[in-house]
Design a protein around this ligand. Structure first.
Ligand SMILES: [Zn+2]
Ligand SMILES: [Zn+2]
Length: 310
């Protein structure tokens, strides 16, 4: 019996960068005993696989099967290539050629990262910049394509040894993630009061815990500018009519809608007709959802004269 070997190049287009596809392709190729490489090349994800023909075919068929959340293949072109000498499958440095590449979107924190962040035993306990290969900021941190750490605003934060080993481990869900950070090596929160700004709201207690201190200030009617990966979000307690009026005056937005953050579906149901929006509100992408106000909108928890929705 002859064993037929082949080398093929697959050029993949679509939403193929910043979505964990290189790590996914690497795992799949190793599982199918293939050598070769994967790399970003501008708008394209280049894959070259080499091995038994049946393995190459099984790999190609499996490719679209369980894509990482957010990845989308619009076009896949396959060509036969002359055999190469590699013995294993590698993720190569991106070829610097960015014309026409689509910019990967930001992704909300995934369930696994959230579990880590809430686990007192985890090294990322209460760390707000927790993310992995399947979630976290992309477009917001991107300085240039292709999407690699040195071309994101995370280039200032060198990963610590623990983060580095996650990124290098093909079995880790942070394998080859570009922005991995932890409390030891990543950005940190701090609370800065505007000159004279603290006075009406009392002292911000627990300055060692900026999140608790910020929550305390919000509940006393303060307006905060939260600087995250993607710039500033101005936030206030939507259940305080006076605060919302002050926010509108400062932003010179007397009546345009403001986005309201809700903790979960039940909180959303208290304000709007959730109906067919349930999936968007809880799905992986979690976009801003425009929904109809409830027939009898219950007030925002605890206060009757809250922001109106429409
Ligand atoms: Zn995650
Ligand atoms: Zn780290």
């Amino acid at each position: 019996m002859t064993t037929l070997r082949t080398r093929r190049r697959l050029e993949m287009q679509g939403l193929v960068q910043g979505v964990g596809l290189r790590a996914y392709v690497h795992r799949l190729a190793v599982a199918h005993h293939l050598s070769g490489f994967v790399r970003n090349r501008g708008a394209v994800l280049d894959i070259e696989i080499q091995g038994l023909r049946e393995d190459a075919e099984a790999f190609t068929q499996a490719l679209g099967g369980s894509l990482p959340v957010g990845a989308r293949i619009d076009a896949l072109a396959a060509t036969i290539r002359p055999p190469g000498l590699e013995r294993d499958f590698r993720i190569l440095t991106s070829a610097l050629e960015s014309a026409g590449a689509s910019i990967p979107p930001d992704w909300p924190m995934c369930g696994e990262c959230r579990r880590e962040m809430l686990d007192p035993a985890d090294r990322r306990f209460r760390y707000p910049f927790t993310h992995c290969a399947a979630c976290g900021p992309r477009a917001s941190v991107l300085l240039d394509l292709p999407y690699d750490r040195e071309r994101t605003s995370m280039f200032r934060f060198a990963p610590c040894a623990a983060c580095e080993s996650e990124v290098r481990d093909p079995r880790d869900r942070r394998f080859h993630a570009q922005n991995v950070a932890c409390p030891a090596c990543g950005p940190r929160l701090r609370l800065i009061m505007a000159p004279g700004g603290a006075a009406p709201f009392g002292r911000a207690r627990r300055a060692d815990d900026p999140v608790r201190a910020a929550a305390g200030l919000l509940s006393r009617g303060a307006i905060l500018a939260v600087k995250g990966y993607g710039g500033y979000q101005v936030i206030a307690d939507a259940s305080r009519a006076e605060t919302v009026e002050r926010l509108r005056a400062r932003k010179a937005r007397p009546e345009e809608p403001l986005s309201v953050l809700v903790a979960d579906l039940d909180a959303a149901r208290a304000l709007v007709e959730v109906g067919e929006h349930a999936e968007a509100l809880t799905g992986a992408m979690r976009p801003i959802v425009v929904a109809r106000a409830s027939a009898a909108p219950s007030p925002m928890p605890s206060r009757p004269d809250s922001t109106r929705w429409d």
